[in-house]
Design a protein around this ligand. Sequence first.
Ligand SMILES: Cc1cc2nc3c(=O)[nH]c(=O)nc-3n(C[C@H](O)[C@H](O)[C@H](O)COP(=O)(O)OP(=O)(O)OC[C@H]3O[C@@H](n4cnc5c(N)ncnc54)[C@H](O)[C@@H]3O)c2cc1C
Length: 432
Amino acid sequence: MAVALDKKDVESHVDDTIKAGALRNNKDAVEILSNQSREIIDSLIKLGMDFDKDQHGVLHYTKEGAHSANRILHAGGDATGKELNTFLFNQNPHTIKYGTVVDLLIEDDICYGVTFFDGEETDNIYANNVVIASGGMGSLFQNTTNAKGISADLHGIAIEKNIEMRDMHMLQFHPTVLKDDNPQKFLLTEALRGEGAKLINSEDEYFMSKYDEREELAPRDVVSRSIFQEEQKGKEVFLDLRSFDYKFFQNRFPTISKKLEEININIKKDLIPISPAFHYAMGGIKTDLEGRVSNYKNLYAVGEAASTMVHGANRLASNSLLEGLVFGKIVSNTIKASSFHIKHKSFAKVGAPKKKSNDTNMRNTIRSMMWEKVGIIRDQKNLNDALISVEGWLKEDVGHFIRLKLLVAKEIIKEAISHTESQGAHYINKDN
Ligand SMILES: Cc1cc2nc3c(=O)[nH]c(=O)nc-3n(C[C@H](O)[C@H](O)[C@H](O)COP(=O)(O)OP(=O)(O)OC[C@H]3O[C@@H](n4cnc5c(N)ncnc54)[C@H](O)[C@@H]3O)c2cc1C
């Protein structure tokens, strides 16, 4: 997780974030992110969050792509998100009701709650305030680092309710995932390259200098496109960790080390086959800087589901967990300060979400089409073909969740078509 090291580092963190974001960021949002980072991290540490330390017991800061300083904190080696999640939950243990949100209960300009489905039946949950924190859109792409539950359902529901979306075409592809047949790809963190891992192709060429002077530490979009272009030339691409000290690697990257052992890759001898995969949505449900969704009262969005434009056209590595903390706190303060209370209202219960026998095929077709035509390198012909397909499928009798995916896909494609110039992660090849 990124943190501005001190007040002096804020300017540089803001600068790095905006440079990686190809100047598309909302500078106010970036300044909020960076200015509040030290305080929020220190308050977590005070509460007992155990970030990794060096042998002298001092917090260990590492560097990742496009950061100009060593300002990334990590926990559990390479399990920062998991450690943070567990820590925060333990600070506030509560019962979780598991289910899938299938609708927002909206009338006029007020959101009264959600409808959720527990796998057997639906129920309505009423609330004074509803915060959408449903994450990104991984389920739309064939190759993704995201967990299966990162469905984009809430983006689809928001589109159905005419909630304004923003920058839906701004999608980040992570350069380095383990190449295998699993749909959810195993991520080989950027920090590996920060610590000296190199990219090499099947012709034994360390090729990054051909594409960018920052080589392995160029921003994600640049590295992803470079690997993709090598692949298009018929070359395979690998991560080379042979220069690593094995003990250091095991301690610093325990999860990756375990995974590679399981598949019999010895980093001192073997190269690791890699490829890019869909990773992160910079755009999403449009909010103001206090998390409010534009056209409805008591509805908020935060984290990856939301668009404050803090990440611009390309998220700087490790700014996402920080965004969740900083803007999560802001939203909770906004809600605490809000005096708006809904009047009780009862919505009719609806049946289980519609399923159709062709849903699985359809989902796979959408995922491969999005990967091939709306992926790392786009062109107008592929985007127009994709739009025609999606509009056709939307006229068919499809299941509830497929319809939501199609609505989100359509929004992404429409935005990609309307942005004819490349910027950050949105790369248009004008030769086609
Ligand atoms: C492999 C991987 C490694 C990463 N590493 C880093 C890192 O080192 N540093 C960093 O800053 N960022 C990292 N990121 C990005 C970061 O983890 C995410 O951006 C961040 O977790 C988003 O947090 P969130 O709370 O917005 O959403 P999430 O953590 O994605 O949580 C969203 C939740 O909503 C649930 N949900 C979705 N749809 C529904 C529905 N219809 N009904 C009910 N629930 C629903 C999902 O199941 C999920 O539990 C990484 C991401 C991945 C995939």
